[in-house]
Write a protein that binds this ligand. Structure first.
Ligand code: IMP
Ligand code: MG
Length: 184
């Protein structure tokens, strides 16, 4: 069983990070006169973050939609290949803000950008709660970042290790353990 090593962000810190992000997004949206916004949550990791962020956004017509991306197998080692599917609504002509839990190599969102561009949204922006810039392998930078973190594997607040720990109200670092098969 893999172990929690240390807490990186407690509940209050997470609240502050999300609220600062929402302030930035709100002021851009207001300045640009956007009245209808599609918040596109990347499942499953961004579900918790999206529900908190959505409730702080000040848009008259906010649509909450979902899409699925999986780049990791059952552990903490990326397989490199990204699968994208399950978009819950048409986004043609919409102002879309994609909400992701963490940007690591950048492959998921780089491929997501190509996938969504083909669907002709009016505008397409990306928001990541966490960013590990040291790990970047693809050419991708988000429009909004909550906080940059060092190269450590984190769980909680929606983020998982092999589907575990998503429910933790805080974000913690887990002990690196390699393949999940050796981790029972
Ligand atoms: P990327 O394609 O390498 O940028 O990976 C992004 C995806 O990998 C995220 O959506 C997460 O699901 C997962 N991921 C990357 N780093 C972590 C981490 O530290 N904890 C949990 N999931 C992570
Ligand atoms: Mg994940």
């Amino acid at each position: 069983m893999c172990r929690i090593k240390k807490i990186m962000f407690g509940e209050d810190e997470l609240k502050r990070i999300v609220s600062d992000l929402a302030d930035k997004i709100n002021s851009d949206i207001k300045r640009e006169g956007i009245e209808k916004l599609t918040l596109l949550c990347v499942l499953k990791g961004a579900a918790v973050f999206t529900s908190d962020l959505a409730r702080r956004l000040d848009v008259p017509d906010l649509r909450l939609e979902y899409i699925r991306a999986s780049s990791y197998g059952m552990g903490d080692v990326s397989r490199g290949k990204v699968e994208i599917n399950g978009l819950t609504s048409e986004i043609r002509g919409a102002d879309v803000l994609v909400v992701e839990d963490i940007i690591d190599t950048g492959r998921t969102l780089a491929q997501m950008r190509e996938y969504l561009k083909e669907k002709s949204p009016k505008s397409l922006r990306f928001c990541g709660l966490f960013d590990k810039p040291d790990r970047r392998a693809a050419d991708f930078e988000a429009d909004y970042i909550g906080v940059r973190i060092p190269d450590e594997f984190i769980v909680g607040y929606g983020l998982d290790y092999a589907e575990k720990f998503r429910h933790l109200p805080y974000v913690a670092v887990v002990e690196p353990s390699g393949a999940i098969e050796n981790d029972k």
